[in-house]
Design a protein around this ligand. Structure first.
Ligand SMILES: C[S@@+](CC[C@H](N)C(=O)[O-])C[C@H]1O[C@@H](n2cnc3c(N)ncnc32)[C@H](O)[C@@H]1O
Length: 204
């Protein structure tokens, strides 16, 4: 592996560690929720997968890209269920019995901003909240990603997930006005900043 790849991996792992600390500081009992629905993951990007595994969580994943689903099946054989589809169709996947009706923890990390339509993001979050027994957790870029704006053309040719650009920019108020609790890491519109939003279920 080249030095550059090592350096990138180290940086990524620092980013995930700081997000893990943020998560546990804001939702201290998070790893006690064992029945988990994780939205979006692949064998290169799957934040908190080691935590889920270490804490014995039973994790279902919904992932849109078939090749990513294959990669998850190959490299993450401890996952309970890998459903290939879009989170936007979550109600249909539940109706078809591919996903459970309820999960203790529903987590959508990086993220909602890829859906290209703010109303669709929050309609989808409403659906996810209905499926949440304990807590619904969102992580997203905190505003714009400047490096994406700067390097967009290059990134579009390099990345298979070119549809994953966070074209919808989200800030604290988008979540606060919908009764989410919110915490941020880093600067607004910063390249590695993180917006965490979470909402506990009303069900006792
Ligand atoms: C930026 S990665 C984040 C992965 C992981 N959640 C994390 O935080 O490390 C976004 C993932 O969501 C997937 N994805 C994008 N749009 C999706 C959708 N509509 N439904 C389900 N998964 C989606 C992508 O293919 C990718 O694997």
């Amino acid at each position: 592996m080249t030095d550059l790849i090592h350096a990138k991996k180290r940086e990524q792992s620092k980013v995930i560690s700081s997000r893990r600390e943020q998560l546990v500081r804001c939702i201290p009992g998070i790893w006690n929720y064992k029945k988990v629905l994780n939205i979006g993951a692949n064998d290169k990007m799957f934040a908190f997968c080691s935590d889920f595994k270490q804490h014995g969580c039973i994790v279902d994943v919904i992932e849109i890209y078939p090749e990513y689903c294959q990669g998850l099946r190959k490299h993450f054989d401890w996952l309970n269920q890998i459903v290939c589809g879009s989170v936007v169709d979550i109600d249909k996947l539940v109706e078809k019995g591919e996903l459970e009706k309820k999960y203790e923890l529903v987590i959508w990390s990086h993220g909602p901003g890829t859906l290209h339509d703010k109303q669709l993001i929050f309609d989808t979050l409403d659906e996810l909240y209905l499926m949440t027994e304990k807590v619904l957790v969102i992580m997203n870029a905190y505003g714009k990603r400047r490096y994406v704006e700067r390097n967009r053309e290059k990134l579009e040719t390099d990345y298979i997930t070119k549809n994953d650009f966070m074209d919808i920019v989200l800030y604290e108020d988008d979540f606060k006005k919908r009764d989410f609790l919110v915490d941020v890491l880093g600067e607004k519109d910063g390249d590695q900043s993180n917006l965490l939003a979470w909402k506990y279920s009303n069900v006792a």
